[in-house]
Write a protein that binds this ligand. Structure first.
Ligand code: FES
Length: 274
């Protein structure tokens, strides 16, 4: 979606996909962000027309899963609202653990009290106090045939990933609502990525992803989430050691593959099959 100031941002659709006459989004105004949400919230009014691109789905419901565990942090509830509304229509079971700071910071608080969600939703407020964080271990301790979907800030995703190592990894799904910059670290160093097909060597500066560096040099590559959660940008790692920062790769894939939207290099140079 293009904001009035020309910035382009991706937002999750929240409504039931069966509703084909409109798209519903929820945007958290984030003064600490890059400006897209503030511009949208402050400068768009009812009746305005905005330019959008066609929706893409990198976080889809497993069609054959018998049941679902949803874990949402903050505005990460948005894609999960759409999923739950779908499931309310087809009768499959789910439960939601929704973690927010307070009721004032809880999107869809009133909707989630509707009969359609009764008995399926647990909303926990920590009031900004880490001591009051919700303990997800009892939810995830015993693997089941359910699929787990988690959307929220990166620390929540990492906590759920750490608690689901004993689940079938194909049943664990992540989406981050922040961009690849959230995976950056203050001590990131530049490194070189060699594109094996052409032999071109490209320097990846701190604060830039391999994907962005490739694009800056005229090479395109498929991508979708650009936050290390969907798997679209997967590339073969041919040489060097990767600093994996994605939520997708299994341990036994990490020697040979890399998600180029977020991951970096531990060696001064890596080579990928691009
Ligand atoms: S584009 Fe989704 S993991 Fe890289």
């Amino acid at each position: 979606m293009w904001s009035p100031n020309g910035s382009v941002r991706k937002y999750s659709l929240c409504n039931d996909p069966a509703e084909t006459d409109r798209y519903e989004i929820a945007v958290k105004r984030d003064p600490a962000g890059r400006g897209g949400s503030v511009d949208l919230v402050d400068h768009v009014a009812a009746g305005d027309r905005l330019e959008i691109a066609a929706p893409r789905n990198a976080f889809d419901l497993a069609p054959k899963a018998p049941s679902f565990v949803f874990i949402a942090g903050g505005i990460g509830i948005t894609p999960i609202m759409s999923m739950m509304r779908t499931l309310n229509g087809d009768g499959r079971r789910y439960r939601l653990v929704y973690l927010t700071r307070s009721r004032e910071h809880t999107a869809f608080a009133a909707e989630l009290e509707d009969d359609a969600f009764r008995g399926k939703v647990l909303v926990h407020h920590d009031e900004g106090d880490p001591q009051r964080s919700y303990d997800l271990w009892p939810v995830l301790e015993k693997p089941s045939p359910a699929h787990v979907y988690c959307c929220g800030p990166r620390p929540l995703l990492e906590a759920v990933r750490d608690m689901t190592g004993h689940w079938p990894q194909s049943a664990i799904h992540f989406e981050s609502f922040v961009d690849a910059g959230a995976a950056a670290k203050a001590d990131d160093k530049p490194f070189v990525v060699r594109l094996a097909r052409s032999g071109e060597r490209i320097t990846v500066a701190p604060g830039m992803s391999i994907l962005e560096a490739m694009r800056a040099h005229g090479h395109d590559a498929p991508s979708s989430c650009e936050s290390g959660t969907c798997g679209t940008c997967r590339a073969s790692l041919l040489e060097g050691e990767a600093d994996h920062r994605d939520m997708v790769l299994m341990d036994d894939e990490k020697d040979r593959q890399i998600m180029i939207c977020v991951s970096r290099a531990l060696t001064p140079e890596i080579a990928i099959d691009r």
